[in-house]
Design a protein around this ligand. Structure first.
Ligand SMILES: Cc1cc2nc3c(=O)[nH]c(=O)nc-3n(C[C@H](O)[C@H](O)[C@H](O)COP(=O)(O)O)c2cc1C
Length: 426
């Protein structure tokens, strides 16, 4: 497949506006500004573009919830979610650091379609290079007349602001992110009201992921049918960035058609298993919050939203974590549990207490002090956290725990009986 999202990666000077424009950059913005904003929204709807941040909500449908006639007193806002905090995920960073103008053009085209007059790019605090690259690119774009007042003489004005995050996983959740932009502690809040009604500073807001927004210029340039022709079916379309880490020879981010088979990604693009002769044991397909898959569940699995859901997991952020047969699955789950216990904002009791209990029980099992009852208690604690909290962080902790227990129960039982892992490296 022709690369689009990563076409400028590796090109010398790809961060500069000169190189970006030489390669056709900002021509789509000029085209978009001559279009009817609603026609852009319809095009994005027809393309089948679904959010790349995790949930896979159709982007065009989300955009259509925004007010059509904002006023100076009640403007529309667009937020680009560049928090990229799900463990295993490093795909947005590739765009931000290598092709910042693609993201800016995507933000501008999308903001125009939604009649937004301001874009906030919320970037995780640890991405210091990314923040600098974006600031510089915004300066260049402003000087060239693509950002600011009366863009390209269209009468439409829009500013872009980079907001550096506070270094908390929870700030990637959209309502927490908006609260954080406002300068407050990034605690999530209940929906409704949805961001399109009550977002940043109470104004109508749409939040989209970096990769989602970076797809938009190509949809406008080449048309919805081009985008929809890539992928598994009409519900799973477009180019997709897959990040592969763990026990592979060639970890990295690969741009492939949506729905590329998982084993093709691992064996062909990521170079196959890291250590010769070591078999694949398990894969986390979409970042640490998504249920783990056994090796036998990976064969023939297409990496798209619906296929991964059918297999009992989630495409999530398409962060593929590969584990070979030497992996101590109890140790992996303990590490994941530590992350969620540390990152729970503490607002909701089931999440605050549940994530802590999951970590404590797993620690006990790993110390060789677990009891057979611990396994059922673990599952019950996790089950009692699901679907009842303000935001899905509790589910993000409970889902992997329950799937590890279900799929690798023999390893947990071995730990309880013998005080150690059954695998050689354990
Ligand atoms: C705990 C938590 C963390 C999240 N972190 C991120 C993140 O780092 N980046 C992201 O794009 N979406 C993240 N999301 C999803 C966002 O809430 C939101 O759905 C997404 O930004 C919408 O963009 P999209 O429709 O383009 O996918 C997170 C969700 C939760 C519950």
């Amino acid at each position: 497949m022709e690369k689009v999202l990563t076409r400028n990666v590796g090109i010398e000077g790809s961060r500069t506006i000169e190189v970006y424009r030489k390669r056709g950059g900002y021509e789509t913005l000029a085209k978009a500004l001559k279009m009817d904003p609603d026609a852009i929204i319809e095009e994005v709807k027809a393309s089948g573009l679904r959010g790349r941040g995790g949930a896979g909500f159709p982007a065009g449908v989300k955009w259509s919830f925004m007010p059509k006639e904002p006023t100076p007193e009640r403007p529309n806002y667009l937020v680009c979610n560049a928090d990229e905090s799900e463990p295993g995920t490093f795909k947005d960073r590739v765009i931000i650091e290598n092709d910042p103008h693609l993201l800016l053009e995507g933000c501008l085209c999308s903001a125009f379609a939604m009649r937004a007059s301001r874009v906030f790019i919320y970037i995780r605090g640890e991405y210091t290079l990314g923040a600098k690259v974006l600031e510089r690119a915004i300066g260049e774009a402003r000087e060239a007349g693509f950002v600011g007042e009366d863009i390209l003489g269209s009468g439409w004005s829009c500013d872009i602001v980079v907001h550096r995050g506070g270094g908390a996983y929870i700030c990637g959740e959209e309502t927490a992110l908006m609260t954080s932009i406002e300068g407050k502690r990034g605690n999530p809040r209940l929906k409704p009201p949805f961001p399109a009604q009550f977002g940043v500073y109470g104004y109508p807001t749409t939040i989209n992921n970096v990769e989602t927004l970076s797809c938009v210029p190509f949809i406008i340039e080449r048309g919805a049918s081009w985008f929809a022709s890539i992928g598994t079916d009409e519900r799973n379309t477009g180019p997709k960035l897959y990040g592969v880490s763990g026990h592979v020879k060639n970890p990295g981010v690969f741009e492939l058609p949506m729905g590329t088979e998982l084993m093709e990604i691992i064996e062909e693009h990521a170079g196959g298993m890291l250590r010769e002769g070591k078999a694949l044991k398990a894969v986390i397909p979409g970042g640490s919050s998504t249920p783990v898959l056994r090796a036998d569940e990976c064969r023939g699995l297409r990496m798209d939203f619906d296929s991964v859901a059918k297999a009992g997991s989630m495409l999530g952020s398409a962060a593929i974590i590969v584990m070979d047969e030497t992996t101590d699955m109890v140790a992996v789950m303990e590490r994941i549990a530590h992350f969620y216990a540390h990152e729970s904002c503490g607002q909701c009791t089931p999440c605050r207490e549940g994530t802590g209990w999951i970590e404590k029980i797993l620690r006990r099992i790993r110390r060789g002090e677990g009891t057979p009852e611990d396994l059922d208690v673990l599952d019950q604690v996790a089950a009692n956290m699901q679907g009842i909290t303000v935001c899905p962080l509790a589910d993000a902790a409970a889902m992997p725990c329950r799937s590890f227990l279900e799929k690798f129960r023999d390893e947990f039982e071995h730990y309880v009986r013998h005080g150690r892992s059954p695998v050689a490296a354990g």
